[in-house]
Each structure stands twice: as structure tokens, then as C-alpha cells.
Write a protein that binds this ligand. Sequence first.
Ligand SMILES: Cc1cc2nc3c(=O)[nH]c(=O)nc-3n(C[C@H](O)[C@H](O)[C@H](O)COP(=O)(O)OP(=O)(O)OC[C@H]3O[C@@H](n4cnc5c(N)ncnc54)[C@H](O)[C@@H]3O)c2cc1C
Length: 304
Amino acid sequence: MIIIGSGCAGNTAAIYTARANLNPLAIIGHEPGGQLAITTEVENFPGFPEGIQGPDLVENMKKQAERFGAEYIYGSVLEADLRNKPLRLNIDGEWHETRTLIIASGASARLLGLPNEQKLIGHGVSSCATCDGAFYKDRKVIVVGGGDSAMEEANFLTRFASQVTLVHRREHFRASKIMLERARANPKIRFLSSTVVDDVFDVAQNSVTSVKLRNVESGESWTEEVDGFFLAIGHIPNTKPFQGQIDLDHDGYIVSHGGARTNISGVFHAGDVQDRTYRQAITAAGMGCMAAIEAERYLEAEGH
Ligand SMILES: Cc1cc2nc3c(=O)[nH]c(=O)nc-3n(C[C@H](O)[C@H](O)[C@H](O)COP(=O)(O)OP(=O)(O)OC[C@H]3O[C@@H](n4cnc5c(N)ncnc54)[C@H](O)[C@@H]3O)c2cc1C
């Protein structure tokens, strides 16, 4: 049994399959601990009334899995051959065989590529309003994006923030009419179209204090004070090694075939690699549990 990923989904799948005596091998990937490992405080994962640091939460999950015998290895899946059994994975150049596979390789938020952006992730730069909105009560925030998710994030953030500025590089927003109208009707949302962000500050203070903006038509450039910087320009699911074998949708997310099943028997999905709707630690963990139980039943039905 191989699990791809060491985020909430992969770790939960590892806990369940280890406790079912399936000797899981978890592949850590390029981001040990997954997305939560790059954030700070997590306040919405059940069981932690005072909140918990993201890296501690995923590390605890890993230790819990290891306690029951799960094994973790550093490395990334580069290629997969899922057409025959046993299933085969190329992990950093070496082929491994497995009877069953849980893909929990997550998704990465699209970034703008600004010089300071990555250094401030978890310190004012966020890609998840549901996760971090509550930290911005009576503060000013910026949301970057022009689609439905940008409108949704902006609207949600007005529950807390005193002002939400929606920045979009084009003149027209590609969000659906209804979402755009809802955002336009919200007095707390200010629209800045034909505008790009050139950088976000201040790394020295380890928190977001301002952004540098530029109007692409006039070329005018200015700095604005803000407390939060939300990216709503989409996510990239980590499914490249499975292209052409696992059913993926037009954005590359795994298409579920019911429960945690993919189109290939013995291959299951868990977490953000399939979930484009909720994208939360708790839902990813829940799906890790589902995939583990399904993998266990699959192996039993196969006579293992
Ligand atoms: C900054 C930030 C803050 C967040 N805050 C919260 C919060 O407060 N509350 C909340 O509920 N959610 C929060 N989220 C969302 C939450 O982190 C995700 O929903 C959750 O991590 C998804 O878990 P996952 O296991 O599906 O995927 P991920 O966490 O994305 O983990 C994917 C794993 O797969 C591995 N991987 C990828 N490709 C390969 C490969 N080819 N081979 C091997 N391994 C691979 C990666 O190394 C990684 O370990 C936040 C997200 C971000 C980015």
C-alpha cells in the first residue's frame, strides 16, 4: 500500500491503514506536511480549542501514523504506470510496486510570482479566506483575482474586514453576472480593475503592511497600506504524473468515481487533489479516512 503525499489527507490515510496492519508507505513529496506546513495558526481544526500551528498539526498526524508502523520516505512520484497490476510508481528514478494506491498529492495555490510573496505566506499572504478571514477583523485586505472565487472570497472577507479591495489585471471581470453583482452591491468592496500588484511588503516586519500597485493603462504606480493579501487566482492540482491514466477534469483535478474511487480499481483519491470545493484540512483528513477504508476493503476483496 502506497500513499502519495504527507498532508492532512495522506497522513490520515496513513494512520488508518497502519492501524489496519497494511504497512503503508507514504511518499513525502516536495512539500513535507503539505499546505498546512507553510501556514501559522490553524483555528478551525476540531479538537484544538486554543488553535494549533499548522506545522505542528501535520507533524502530530505523521507521528501518530508512525506509532502504528507507517513508513515515510522522502521523494516524489515522477511517473506512474497504473494500467497493470501491480501498480508501479517511479519515485525519484526508482520503480516501486504496490497493490493499492492512495493519491493525496494535494493542490498548490497559484501565486503571482512577486519577489516577497512566498516569504509572507502565513504572515498576511493567504490563498484561503475561509481559513484566515477571521484574523482580519476591522482590517483592510486586498483580494487578487477576477473570477467567481475572487468574488466569493471578497464577499466572505467583508464579514470581518473594514474594507476589501478587489484587484484585477483586466478591465472586465470574468466572474458570473450574479457573483459580480453581489460583490458590486457590497459597500465594503472596492473594485480596482486594470491594476496589477508589483509587490507585497514588509518581509522585515514578518507581516503584510502594504502593497505596491500599478495601473496597466496609465502606468501609474502607488503604494497602499493593507493588513492582508488574499490570492484568488486558482489552484493547480498535483496530478501531472497521472495524466492520461487517471480521469482528470479540465483543470487537472481527479474525477471521483464515487466515494474515494478513481476510474482505476485499487487507486483511490483523498483531499485537495480531487476536492475543488471545500479545500480544508478537516475535509482532506476526512477523505484520507474514506480512502483508507476503501483501500482496506479492496485488498480484502482481492484476497490479501
Ligand atoms: C497558507 C494556507 C493556510 C491554510 N490554512 C488553513 C486553515 O487554517 N484551516 C484549514 O482547514 N485549511 C487551511 N488550509 C487548507 C489546507 O491546508 C488544505 O486543505 C489541506 O492541506 C489539504 O490537504 P491535502 O493532504 O489534500 O493536500 P496538501 O496539504 O496539498 O498535501 C499534498 C502532499 O502531497 C505531496 N505531493 C505532491 N505531489 C507529489 C508527488 N508527485 N509525489 C509525492 N508527493 C507529492 C506534497 O509534498 C504534500 O505533502 C490552508 C492552506 C494554505 C495554503
